[in-house]
Design a protein around this ligand. Structure first.
Ligand SMILES: Cc1cc2nc3c(=O)[nH]c(=O)nc-3n(C[C@H](O)[C@H](O)[C@H](O)COP(=O)(O)OP(=O)(O)OC[C@H]3O[C@@H](n4cnc5c(N)ncnc54)[C@H](O)[C@@H]3O)c2cc1C
Ligand SMILES: NC(=O)c1ccc[n+]([C@@H]2O[C@H](COP(=O)([O-])OP(=O)(O)OC[C@H]3O[C@@H](n4cnc5c(N)ncnc54)[C@H](O)[C@@H]3O)[C@@H](O)[C@H]2O)c1
Length: 469
């Protein structure tokens, strides 16, 4: 640790640049295995998920679903007048989830694990070298040399679509909306993906008048068309405006009001329509933070994502995990990849990469998905057989009554006799997905699945019905 004057240099075994959920876990895992680890983070240790992602958004959804359930009491159990107040969930986000966006506890965990934490923007500076620009300390940098190598876990930021007038307006991304202390009177959401839909419905349940604008032909296009249609119908019934197949031509903001002008390319009429709202949430996808991490210094061409092998290795001495590798932008994926990178670095056996890819969008009903959609399976030339069942028509759905919308769809490879994909939509769709996820991952024969006892009257019993169609 010697340097010329004001340029400190650290030596270690591994540097982890960016501490999303996977990066944070990796630091602790490698340190526990006896490696000398330096962790580099420019914002908050833990990344987007605990501070502006999964955890606070699920707290809002939990609260919003409590409101929705209370509104169902009239049809089930008497009277429960509902008066929404965003205050309690805003407090939970501050006090229980984010410590008011203070990461002291997480930073202490890194140090307690035996690793060193360096705050600032990390950039590769040739093979196995990282230079950290210390945020706020003009010109001060630290150079870190890692004998084994560097792991990148720099994550994503909200993408800004190239819509005239949008840049410079005070629109919300996931950060602004999860920092708010009040629900706005009205909100336009650009993007009908998981972020847009989860927050659209949750805020609508708090009384915000919400309009979702989606450029693609349907919302939640990564899942089955049946699931998209079901969510669209639930949203319509709850009074959420959903417009798919629109092009957003212009955004303006004046006197505290957003004006979003859309054309409708599907009609070819070019007829423009302007929506107005107090808030605008842009949830139109994510951009990988890999354009300023020095990839050019190690001969790697920065694209949309970083290409890795199944050991999460970009090249010798360089690994990458999380959203930036383009294998699914989910915390559970990042954590899974973190363990693979750890094993690769420590020379431990890896096993095959789990490509079953389970995911859940936490609308109500939840949309669980695993493996391939029907279209993806057909595009791969698989001899597809489909089974679909309506959850509301199941015994449990019938008993549940209000809020029972859902479906199970299974995509079967008829030649191999295994499920290669499924959607599980329902009030507990993400939980019911578990059985289907194991079936896809372990390639449980359909013959076994149809010769299995399904507890009555559970939602997951509908898997048996789907297989029988
Ligand atoms: C609103 C919302 C809801 C979500 N809900 C879910 C959910 O329910 N379930 C789920 O599985 N996933 C969810 N996600 C996705 C999930 O948050 C991410 O997949 C997860 O955070 C993993 O991201 P990551 O590890 O790649 O990086 P991130 O979490 O983005 O963390 C990257 C870290 O790297 C730091 N960094 C970046 N560049 C540098 C640099 N050059 N030097 C130093 N530090 C740097 C950043 O400051 C950040 O802390 C949600 C996301 C959003 C936005
Ligand atoms: N429950 C969960 O696990 C969860 C929740 C939220 C986010 N996430 C993760 O975060 C990722 C990012 O979420 P996201 O919803 O921002 O992105 P996304 O890419 O999944 O969806 C963005 C949507 O915006 C649309 N869009 C893009 N440009 C547009 C434009 N100009 N006008 C109108 N619509 C436009 C796209 O067609 C797409 O439907 C997700 O893919 C997911 O991996 C997960």
């Amino acid at each position: 640790m010697a340097q010329d004057g004001d340029m400190p240099e650290l030596s270690c075994d591994v540097v982890v640049v960016g501490l999303g959920p996977g990066g944070e876990a990796l630091v602790a895992r490698l340190a526990a295995a006896g490696l000398d680890v330096v962790a580099v983070e420019k914002e908050l240790v833990g990344g987007e998920c605990p501070y502006w992602g999964c955890i606070p958004s699920k707290m809002v959804i939990r609260a919003a679903n409590a409101l929705a359930e209370a509104r169902r009491v009239d049809r089930l159990a008497g009277r429960a007048p509902v008066e929404p107040d965003f205050g309690p969930v805003a407090r939970r986000i501050r006090e229980e989830a984010t410590d008011d966006w203070d990461d002291t506890v997480a930073a202490d965990r890194i140090v307690d694990a035996g690793a060193r934490l360096v705050r600032g923007h990390g950039r590769l500076d040739g093979d196995r070298r990282v230079v950290v620009d210390h945020t706020g300390d003009a010109g001060e940098v630290t150079t870190i040399v890692a004998s084994k190598g560097v792991v990148l876990n720099t994550g994503t930021t909200a993408a800004e679509p190239p819509v005239p007038g949008l840049a410079g307006t005070p629109y919300w991304t996931n950060r602004g909306i999860l920092e708010t202390e009040t629900a706005p009177a009205s909100m336009i959401v650009i993007g009908g993906g998981p972020i847009g839909l989860e927050l659209a419905q949750a805020f609508s349940r708090f009384g915000t008048e919400v309009t979702v604008l989606e450029v693609g032909p349907r919302i939640l296009a990564v899942e089955e068309p049946e699931s998209s249609a079901l969510i669209a119908s639930v949203f319509a019934a709850e009074g959420i405006g959903v417009h798919a197949g629109v092009s957003i031509d212009a955004v303006a903001h004046a006197d505290g009001v957003f004006h979003v002008t859309c054309g409708d390319p599907s009609t070819g009429s070019g007829q423009a329509r302007t929506f107005e709202a107090e808030r605008l949430l842009v949830a139109a996808g994510r951009r990988s933070r890999i354009d300023d991490v020095g990839l050019e210094t190690v001969g790697v061409e920065p694209g949309r994502h970083l290409t890795v092998d199944d050991a999460m290795q970009v090249k010798g001495g360089l690994w990458a995990i999380g959203d930036i590798v383009g294998r699914g932008a989910f915390t559970h994926v990042s954590m899974y990849q973190s363990e693979r990178a750890a094993r690769s670095i420590l020379g431990e056996p890896l096993g095959d990469y789990d490509a079953s890819f389970p995911r859940v969008t936490f609308t109500d009903p939840e949309v669980g998905g695993v493996g391939l959609t029907e279209k993806q399976a057909r595009d791969r030339g698989i001899a597809v057989r489909i089974g679909v069942t309506d959850l509301a028509a199941s015994s449990r759905g019938f008993v549940h009554g209000p809020g029972n919308e859902g479906l199970i769809k299974v995509v079967i490879d008829d030649e191999r006799g295994v499920i290669v994909g499924a959607n599980s939509v329902g009030v507990a769709g993400g939980e019911t997905l578990a059985g289907l996820a194991f079936a896809v991952r372990a390639e449980i024969p359909v013959e076994t699945l149809t010769n299995t006892i399904y507890a009555y009257p559970t939602f997951w019993r509908a898997i048996e019905s789907a297989l029988a169609t």
